[in-house]
Ligand binder design. Structure first.
Ligand code: KIV
Length: 259
């Protein structure tokens, strides 16, 4: 049975940390799933790590679904969450419903993730949840607003900004979100939010006090040319790939392969 929203809430109650990673294709998703990840997010960061865009903003819903369908074929046990891309849900709850509906019907999503916690988004979340679509929230550094923030900067540093993010998280919980991503905010703010909410918080650059952690898998694998300061690479795959390809070039050019 795939991981469920209820299970994630139980993990918080049991203080069992939730592990989440992003995926953008079949083989990667299969490897993550077989390694025992709880949540696989088809994050809109795929715009940057799989498609080479500078930000997540140009990504379309069709591009997202193309990748989500491939991920779906690789995932058996984890919960698959699909990020709705920029301007595929902000216009109205009806637009969000159409986009989330496509993620469910065409790509087999079990939940969608929306960025932001301002009143219109909380209202949209509540409409989706009433219809039976589980929603993961996302507050703090919401990359679809990168131009408003003036870069991928830490959010919630002043007491007022921190209080605003806390209020957004509470509004999203009240609207029916089953979990919330906290991105690039101070550790003590993430702790306050985590203590306040009944639903789990999943942090990225938000310290050790969240109920779970998520990373962009390209950063974890050392594939990215740049990664944020809070990310950790557990292996340098970029270097391994370059070395393997150089060896292949040499062996072919020197008639050593095929032997
Ligand atoms: O798109 C993404 O990869 C994300 C994670 C950073 C949570 O939203």
């Amino acid at each position: 049975m795939p991981v469920t929203t209820q299970q994630l809430i139980r993990f918080k109650q049991q203080e069992r940390p939730i592990v989440a990673l992003t995926a953008w294709d079949y083989l990667l998703a299969q490897a993550l799933d077989q390694a025992g990840i709880d949540v696989i997010l088809v994050g809109d960061s795929l715009a940057m790590v799989a498609l080479g865009y500078d930000t997540t903003i140009p990504l379309t819903l069709d591009e997202t679904l193309h990748h989500a369908k491939a991920v779906r074929r690789g995932v058996k046990e984890a919960m698959m969450v699909v990020d709705l891309p920029f301007l595929s849900y902000q216009e109205s709850p009806e637009q969000a419903l159409r986009s989330a509906g496509r993620a469910f019907k065409e790509a087999g999503a079990q939940a969608v993730k929306l960025e932001g916690g301002y009143p219109a988004i909380a209202n949209t979340v509540s409409k989706l949840v009433q219809i039976g679509i589980p929603v993961m929230g996302h507050v703090g550094l919401t990359p679809q607003s990168v131009h408003q923030f003036g870069g991928f900067r830490q959010q919630g540093k002043s007491p007022e900004a921190g209080d605003r993010i806390l209020e957004e998280a509470i509004a999203l919980e009240q609207a029916g979100c089953f979990a919330i991503v906290l991105e690039h905010i101070p550790d003590d703010l993430a702790l306050r939010i985590t203590q306040k909410l009944r639903i789990p918080t999943i942090g990225i650059g938000a310290g050790a006090h969240c109920d779970g952690q998520v990373l962009v898998t390209a950063d974890l694998l050392g594939l990215s040319t740049w990664h944020p300061p809070f990310a950790k690479s557990y292996v340098n795959l970029r270097e391994s790939i370059t070395q393997a390809v150089k060896t292949f070039c040499t062996e072919v050019r020197e008639h050593q392969f095929p032997s």
